[in-house]
Design a protein around this ligand. Structure first.
Ligand SMILES: Nc1nc2c(ncn2[C@@H]2O[C@H](COP(=O)(O)O[C@H]3[C@@H](O)[C@H](n4cnc5c(=O)[nH]c(N)nc54)O[C@@H]3COP(=O)(O)O)[C@@H](O)[C@H]2O)c(=O)[nH]1
Length: 847
């Protein structure tokens, strides 16, 4: 809308009381016409209101009405005004808009009206007031005098009778006549002159005498605006319009100008008003539409103020979240928080919102009933005039079902439909990641490629349904047997694969493979039929058998075929050497199981002696395995296997009980001096219930606890994480003597050592072996002797084989020792003989 229109429109909408002329020129009904005319002439007013004594307006008499008065008749001039006035007087309320008042003027074909506030008259308003008060300038500036439809000027000679002049004005229905003087100049006779004449009692006799002023004239090309300015400047109401020859062609009055623009002005105003109404309607419709959208949209809408307080929510918000508008308004959106997003998420959201004024993304929120849902959320900040955020509008849709469908699709794309295990695609992804992780952490991983033996037979004979049943059973078994950080997948048909990360030794992998075979193989019932199932497993190791996922997979497959060739129900490593080692290890593990059951194990005893005299002061119990084919197997070989397979717990328990039983008997015969030392492995300490075993065994045998020494290796004793210290303290409470074996080979943390309830140390034989010729070993041995002395611990040197060892140790303050120089570990009978010999010698010496 143009500025002119806007201005005009705002003025049109103001109440009429604001433009009213407050001084009402009035007279009583009996006032003679000439008196009324006098007052109008005096006040230069175009109308007079006729009022009764109570101040009620009865009628109006205007300049136009004055023309109707017969000047030749004295009576006419003296007749009461009530007889010639127009009535009734249109009265407008002061609150009526200027626009509505314009309509009333046009409808009643009037130019003046009274304005009242209901109690009293506020003044008079005329069409001229409205137009001149309301942006008419713009219209005046656009038009010229020659654009007006003007009648030819009525001209009368100055000497003409005034009555003829008035009759002429009346006949021509004009409000002014040109008066031609003898010298060719023009004056003007107007309705106002007629009023003045009436006021003077009609004394002038010629038009020249009655005319008031010289007629100001302008060329026809002059704009209406200029013409109006001239009228105002000279305080006249008419101008002469000259034709091209400079002759008086028309007389234009203020009324002509106003009438002319009035039409366009009102049209323009109507147009402006229509536009305003349409704009209002449009905005009302938009609001209505927005309201409908807000109410009926499927998306939840939440509007907060600039402080994040909820000010409005729509029905969809309630439907999705479960919170009614009453419950939500006044709260913050935090009522929906699920705790599933980290604080950094919200920090990022607000930063973005404040910077860009917009954020969108996915959020997991919580409904009022506690259930989680995923929404797609867009938040827009609405700024106020100062640029700050006055509101935030959040629009969200519940995409929980879509997400679930996506997740389901993702699951289906990455898992085997029959067993629910990861499929080849997902497995390759995991394998690639595992290889990368192993590479950067210098770890090993293993792939176990499993193929069922003779699975086709099950399918062919019992049908595919039975085959499927069997596959599901196998999958479930594998899932259970694989450690938490392992992955089991089904590659295709009867092929499964296991990924083991951060594996230790080849032997551990072999044990795992054997466990898988044990898990699968055996008789099982499918579709009511008993079938024997077994599998072949091929193993590849990272990094030995390949550094890429593909190579590892291919090599595990190759190894699996070798396992098939070797008669099935077995496993094969891809690398031959690994295979040999693993098989040997496995063979030993099996044999060891059998050894424990078939009494192939023995406990031998190696004396601990006084270095100076060689006198037995105790012994260490050492396990021995007499294998029927392999002969004597060293504990250095089978103890680590036992430790890896957890057989160590039962094996250690057996050795402990056997040693205690034997020594208890020797003690009863007063043959055995001092303590019997038994080796305890880390696993026994951790899982073997060693304190209970010791307590039970000693009380069973009636053996005092001070006859017992438990040797724990330095590395096990220093393992702070596994709760080892607590167990050691419990053993100490039982009165058991604790010593650290292989001292000097581990971390040898002295501060840690101080915290342990140990009473003795054993210098590892690796330092003793060369101490007579190696200065470093000699220095280490001296240092350990000194440490033991400083900490008040007993010290035994083991591996004393030579006289030089004995001399060195004696020289450096070591008192006790163990080693081949004095005796190798001996079978019980031989050791008993040594004890008896020592007893005999003691008796001899005593005698
Ligand atoms: N947890 C258990 N561990 C046990 C048990 N029995 C033995 N072992 C551990 O096996 C490792 C090998 O033992 P072994 O072959 O018996 O060797 C012991 C001695 O024979 C050997 N020794 C002793 N003197 C000498 C010597 O002068 N020269 C030399 N070359 N070897 C010697 O030392 C082994 C004793 O070592 P330690 O236990 O560290 O005192 C060995 O680690 C045993 O601990 C068992 O029942 N449970």
């Amino acid at each position: 809308m143009s500025e002119t229109k806007t201005k005009a429109m705002s003025q049109l909408l103001q109440p009429i009381k604001q433009i009213v002329t407050p001084d009402i020129l009035s007279c009583a009904p009996e006032t003679p016409v000439f008196e009324a005319a006098r007052r109008m002439a005096e006040t230069r007013c175009g109308s007079i209101i006729v009022m009764n004594e109570t101040g009620e307006a009865l009628g109006i008499w205007t300049e136009t009405d004055a023309l109707k008065v017969d000047f030749s008749d004295e009576k006419s001039c003296r007749q009461p005004i009530s007889e010639v006035m127009s009535q009734p007087v249109v009265t407008l309320t002061g609150e009526m808009t200027v626009h509505d008042a314009t309509g009333v003027f046009r409808k009643n074909n009037i130019r003046h009206a009274l304005v009242s506030d209901g109690k009293q008259y506020l003044g008079v308003v005329s069409v001229t007031d409205i137009i001149f008060n309301h942006g008419a300038e713009a219209f005046l500036g656009l038009k010229r005098l020659d654009a007006l439809e003007l009648t030819p000027a009525g001209v009368i000679d100055a000497g003409a009778d005034i009555r003829d002049a008035i009759n002429r004005m009346r006949a021509l229905t004009v409000d002014a006549l040109g008066v031609r003087f003898a010298d060719g100049s023009h004056g003007i006779l107007t309705q106002r002159d007629v009023i003045r004449l009436l006021a003077q009692g009609g004394r002038a006799s010629t038009a020249g005498e009655a005319s008031s002023a010289t007629l100001l004239s302008l060329p026809a090309s002059t704009s209406l605006l200029q013409a109006r300015r001239l009228l105002i400047q000279h305080q006249v109401r008419h101008l002469g319009v000259l034709d091209n020859a400079g002759q008086l062609a028309h007389i234009v009055g203020l009324g002509d100008i106003l009438q002319n623009i009035e039409h366009e002005f009102v049209l323009e105003l109507h147009h402006a008003l229509r536009e305003r109404d349409e704009a209002l309607l449009r905005s009302r419709q938009s609001l209505l539409l927005a309201d409908k959208v807000f109410e009926s949209t499927l998306e939840g809408i939440l509007i907060t103020d600039g402080y994040g307080i909820i000010r409005s929510v729509n029905p969809a918000f309630t439907r999705i979240t479960g919170y009614s508008a009453e419950e939500a308004i006044g709260q913050t959106p935090a009522i929906l928080k699920s705790g599933k997003q980290a604080p950094e998420f919200y920090e990022h959201l607000w930063n973005n919102l404040k910077k860009e004024g917009f954020w969108q993304g996915e959020v997991i929120n919580r409904r009022k009933n506690g259930l989680l849902y995923t929404e797609h959320l867009s938040i827009t900040g609405i700024r106020d005039e100062s640029g700050g955020f006055a509101n935030y509008v959040a629009v969200f849709s519940d995409i929980t079902q879509r997400k679930q469908a996506e997740e389901r699709l993702h699951f289906l794309a990455n898992h085997d439909a029959l067993t629910g295990l990861p499929n080849r695609t997902l497995f390759i992804e995991k394998l690639q990641m595992a290889v990368m992780h192993a590479k950067s952490n210098h770890q090993r991983c293993a792939l176990l490629f499993i193929d069922l033996d003779r699975f086709k037979l099950v399918n062919d004979t019992l049908g595919h349904h039975a085959g499927d049943e069997l596959l599901c059973e196998i999958a479930e078994g594998l899932r259970r047997s694989v450690p938490a950080d392992g992955t089991v997948a089904r590659l295709s048909g009867d092929e499964f694969i296991i990924l083991l990360e951060n594996v230790g030794t080849v032997q551990q992998v072999a044990s795992r493979a054997q466990a898988v075979l044990d898990q699968i193989s055996g008789e099982t019932v499918v579709s009511g039929q008993e079938v024997f199932v077994s599998a072949s497993v091929g193993i590849s190791m990272y990094p030995e058998d390949g550094t890429s996922a593909d190579t590892l997979l291919v090599n595990a497959d190759t190894a699996m075929y070798r396992a098939k060739e070797r008669g099935k129900n077995t496993f094969q490593f891809y690398t031959a050497d690994m295979n040999a080692r693993a098989l040997e290890r496995l063979r030993l593990e099996y044999a060891l199981h059998r050894a424990l059951a078939q009494d192939e194990l023995q406990v031998w005893y190696q004396p601990k002696v006084q270095l100076a005299t060689g006198r037995i002061i105790g012994a260490e119990a050492l396990i021995r395995w007499q294998h029927p084919e392999m002969g004597m197997v060293s504990p250095a070989v089978f103890i680590p296997i036992a430790e890896e397979s957890s057989l160590i717990v039962s094996l250690g328990e057996w050795a402990f009980r056997t040693a205690c039983e034997t020594v208890a008997e020797w003690k009863r015969q007063a043959l055995f001096p001092g303590r019997i030392a038994v080796n305890i492995s880390g696993r026994q300490l951790k899982f073997g219930g060693i304190a209970e075993l010791v307590n039970r065994t000693l009380s069973d045998l009636g053996m005092p606890s001070d006859c017992l020494e438990l040797e724990v290796t330095e590395s096990v004793a220093m393992d702070d994480d596994s709760g080892m210290i607590d167990v050691l303290y419990r053993l100490q409470e039982l009165g058991v003597y604790l010593s650290i074996d292989d001292f000097g080979t581990g971390y040898s943390s002295l501060s840690y050592l101080k915290r342990l309830p140990v009473r003795g140390l054993k210098i590892d034989r690796s330092f003793v072996l060369n101490l007579h010729e190696d200065r470093d070993d000699a220095a280490i041995a001296r240092a350990i002797i000194s440490i033991a002395g400083s900490l008040g611990l007993d010290l035994v040197a083991e591996g004393v084989e030579l006289e030089e060892h004995r001399e060195f140790l004696l020289r450096n303050g070591c008192i006790w020792a163990q080693g081949y120089l004095f005796s190798r570990p001996l079978p019980p009978a031989e050791f008993e003989a040594r004890l008896r010999a020592q007893q005999a010698e003691d008796l001899k010496g005593a005698r």
